[in-house]
Design a protein around this ligand. Sequence first.
Ligand code: NAD
Length: 253
Amino acid sequence: MKLEGKIAIVTGASSGMGHAISLLFAKEGATVIAVARRLDRLEKLKTESQNLPGKVIPLKGDVSDKQDIENMIDYAVLNHSKLDILVNNAGIMDDLGLVEDTTDDMWDKVLTTNLTAPFLSIRKAIPVMKKNKNGGVILNIASIAGLFGGRAGTAYTVSKHGLIGLSKNVGYTYSDEKIRCNTICPGAINTEIMNNIQVNARGQAKTADGMKSMHGGAGTPEEIAKAALFLVSDDSKFITGINLIVDGGWTSC
Ligand code: NAD
């Protein structure tokens, strides 16, 4: 088992990649504090994990609420005396809107969830990880929209570009303190993320060219979970500040 004895936090664990990452980490022996807003979904996840070597602990939390972020790190420290792994996975899509169509509300919501929340959780986790004799690992789930301008709307594109910058900065500045920080940039993955979006038609037309180059269809959350396991385990001990693109080749052409 690759994560035996490890205490991990995974945000956005109630569906998609967060759900798959939580189950795989528990399979590898980790205790996973699974954070999301929908407690019923987290309870289901806990049931699914019942026969695995590790375990899933549901913790209700909204990452757009600073207090909930503080609580999730405090929960790990109070109940497990440490935090080994932090996965900032929770995220929301924008409406593919162009800059002139992006409302204040959309900007605030997307930036708060996708960028401010990881910043706050990392800021709070670092002192905890510094006390850990084995350090710690942070993994941020960004997107290929964090690398290119034509894969999403303005707010989402900016939030994921920012998240990649945050990861590189933290990866570099804590490399002497046994704290690693990396990013995964998924391509299109079959999840619920597009479910509640009313797409902005002008923005969709503008990003259509970027979308066209996609080959091989969409990936699965489990494929992202496997990449996540690699980046949080000792298999990647010498890897920090990097960006792992997992997109089935979309951006390689
Ligand atoms: P998803 O919608 O299935 O999962 C996102 C999870 O985040 C959900 O459980 C949702 O409830 C949770 N979440 C959203 N806002 C939250 C908040 N304020 N507090 C707590 N939880 C919150 O979608 P997914 O595709 O699994 O998304 C996971 C990550 O992957 C996101 O950061 C997303 O931006 C990124 N991503 C997704 C794709 C894709 O094609 N699906 C591609 C690139 C990147």
